[in-house]
Design a protein around this ligand. Structure first.
Ligand SMILES: Nc1ncnc2c1ncn2[C@@H]1O[C@H](COP(=O)(O)OP(=O)(O)OP(=O)(O)O)[C@@H](O)[C@H]1O
Length: 316
């Protein structure tokens, strides 16, 4: 049974804002990336998972429990890192940690102290004067302090400096190894790419793609760029290509003597033997990244809704 299930979740705020018929599920031990730009609907979806918001249609389940009906059980069990952190400014960080420990019934503070050290947090100061990064670290500590099996992290690295962002990615990998189930919302490709097993992309409140991250990383067809030394070689190659069905020509740029091609891994030897008869300046793979894939959906000039790489798609 999936640990987190989102089924046809809809919350219509009017004027096309909100989320519409969103469905995906997170299995035990998975790190699941929820990727979308500002205003796409990530926080709205997460607030429903946490039971803070009542769906207009559809439902969310955590461990089979309906989030809205069992909100307090879910909020007690999960580790939750909100996208926007509102902390009581009259307290110090230490007071806040103590308050959260009391709320969660934590007696042994060993794990909390280890997290404070890990994230190099000095919680002694007043929350009013803490920087955004310090507040984010404090929120991370309180999300993980009860060592929850399930974590829901909304834009977890926003406000952290690049070194801390990298550190956080390593921390998530360690938590995954410890068997945690983690949902991360983000608009940062690198952190989703570095941590997630599965990814859903949300655009304007609608899920537009859900896929296994490795299918994108190890796509069976690859794109190569080749530059020839002479015009004669470039032209002859262009003509010869027309008779080879396995190779898809993406671009031919005569003034640069360059071409880009897409070919299945299984057919790569035929391309290499073909090139042996030509004087080539360079031959290199153009890596297809999560960002490239994502941008296909967001390129306003493109009618191609990501369809060029059909074999990476696995809709839920
Ligand atoms: N309570 C609300 N009332 C009206 N509109 C809302 C409300 N909450 C969210 N929205 C709208 O719903 C859409 C989705 O917002 P949401 O905060 O879920 O996006 P997001 O993907 O989390 O973006 P961000 O990365 O900026 O946090 C936005 O257009 C937002 O303005």
């Amino acid at each position: 049974m999936p640990i987190i299930e989102i089924e046809h979740l809809t919350k219509d705020y009017g004027h096309s804002r909100g989320i519409f018929d969103v469905s995906f599920s997170v299995e035990a031990g998975e790190v699941y990336g929820f990727l979308g730009p500002n205003g796409a609907g990530k926080t709205t979806t997460i607030r429903h998972i946490m039971g803070f918001s009542r769906p207009q249609r559809g439902r969310t389940l955590v461990h089979g429990l309906n989030s809205w009906e069992r909100a307090s059980d879910i909020q007690r069990e999960l580790g939750y890192l909100p996208g926007e952190i509102a902390l009581p400014e009259s307290l110090t960080g230490t007071d806040f940690i103590k308050m959260m420990a009391d709320l969660r019934g934590i007696k042994d503070m060993k794990h909390t102290k280890a997290l404070i050290n890990k994230f190099e947090l000095d919680p002694s100061g007043s929350l009013k004067r803490m920087s955004l990064g310090m507040k984010r670290k404090l929120a991370i500590v309180t999300a993980f302090m009860h060592d929850p099996a399930i974590l829901v992290l909304d834009e977890p690295t926003s406000g952290l400096d690049p070194i801390m962002q990298t550190f956080f990615i390593e921390f998530i990998k360690e938590e995954k190894k410890r068997g945690k189930t983690i949902l991360i919302s983000s608009h940062i490709f690198s952190e989703i790419d570095a941590t997630c097993d599965k990814i859903s992309i949300i655009k304007e409140g609608r899920l537009i793609s859900s896929f296994v991250a490795d299918d994108l990383r190890h796509n069976k067809s690859k794109t190569y760029e080749i530059e020839f030394i002479t015009e004669e070689a470039f032209t002859r190659f262009g003509v010869e290509l027309m008779s080879i069905q396995q190779i898809e020509v993406l671009t031919l740029t005569p003034h640069k003597l360059q071409t880009t091609l897409r070919i299945n891994d299984a057919d790569i030897n035929s391309l290499i033997s073909l090139l042996a008869d030509y004087e080539v300046k360079f031959f290199s793979e153009i890596k297809f990244t999560l960002e490239d894939y994502f941008m296909k959906f967001y390129d306003r000039n493109s009618n191609d809704a990501g369809g060029a790489i059909p074999d990476v798609l696995h809709r839920n």
